[in-house]
Write a protein that binds this ligand. Sequence first.
Ligand SMILES: [Zn+2]
Length: 460
Amino acid sequence: MNHRRLLLALGVALAGSTFPLRAQDTGLATTYRAAADSLIRAATRDSAAYQRLARLVDGFGHRQAGSRSLEAAIDWILTQMKKDGLQNVRGEPVQVNHWVRGVESAVLVKPRLDTLHMLGLGGSVGTPKGGVTAPVLVVSSFEDLERRTAEARGKIVLFDAPFTEYEETRRYRSDGPSAAARAGAVACLVRSVASFSIRSPHTGRTNYDSTVARIPAAAVSVEDAMMLHRMQDRGEQVVVTLRMGARELAPVRSRNVVAELVGREKPDEVVVLGGHIDSWDVGQGAMDDGGGSVAAWEAVRLMKELGLRPRRTVRVVLWTNEENGVEGGSGYRDAHKAELGRHVMAMESDGGVFAPTGFAFAGSDSAAALVRQAAALLGSIGATKVEKVPDSPEADIGPLVEEGVPGIGLRVEDSRYFWYHHTDGDTLDKLDPAEVARCVAALAVMAYVVADLPSGLPRS
Ligand SMILES: [Zn+2]
């Protein structure tokens, strides 16, 4: 040990025993008020994050796993991160699914001819070339299908389940096709998982149960699902032709984007923050999750710009392929297995970059108390709420939370999020530059404070 390191160690020992303990005991407000305020000021002084997001989504468009646009966007981000002066900028290889939609349509052929507004579900198999033409059985829930199982054989089953909240309603998209197949259906349609609709279909991943046949599956707009349901209720025979060119191609190589601000005292200990850089193949993936990705990136860039280097390393990770298998999230866990014990916290923004309200936190009670104190520094932007949740608040950090890493997700005023989620309408214009800036501020302050805490976050 040289003199400098000895002095440093002494300093850390002293710091560990007196001053910082006091800081944690009496609240983090005094210690971190100045740093938090300067991060908030810098994030909200202009629309830099929004402009960067515009450059990303207008420049590359959607970023579906397996697409050239995803890899081109990743190349551009890596170049920009180096220009920003971030450290250890790299793309970490991850093998990802490569599902393609192909040409698709759903046509109502009885009781009258009409075009239905549809999007195939991610992971779905295609139909035979001429499509599948069959009578439709509309059900409103899994229980309703149970009751009418005898009628489902040979039909296209349509789940017309109204939106309640995302996790509950999306079960029809995830599990509906296999439930329909178990009842003998030849294809499955689901009402789009949407809290509002202008006849826009919403895609998303479906999960086939390996014990039943894989049948073609698509979402139809809320309006179309309700119309078909009304037709059935009137006793009319409903017949649809579904054509889908969907295919699963061979997996391809993609990358998780990683960049760092190396910690000044404990560089081996890490706070991760990020979003997922992939999107569905519709819209621009501006809110899901270009916005979260850019907000996390900007949060770290601002720390660097302001010379705020916390004790520990802050690592921004833009995970690849969340939508079609969370392969970026599990790939990151596998690649960093040896250092997960030194991951102090993992944070993700994947719920839209609308006005931030606070955070959802999965971890110990004593860690939650510290996170609450950090969030209290965000009073000026209204992001102080911390809700404790039992499971990982976001998908990409899920594999880390399962390994015991405290996990935190940004929470926003999301009443419009499921209007646009997984549709052609997920484009930049729906976002407000000032709200995006506040998301950057919230992520920056939380990441900075936790990365700088004298003794880290206690694990469960
Ligand atoms: Zn997402």
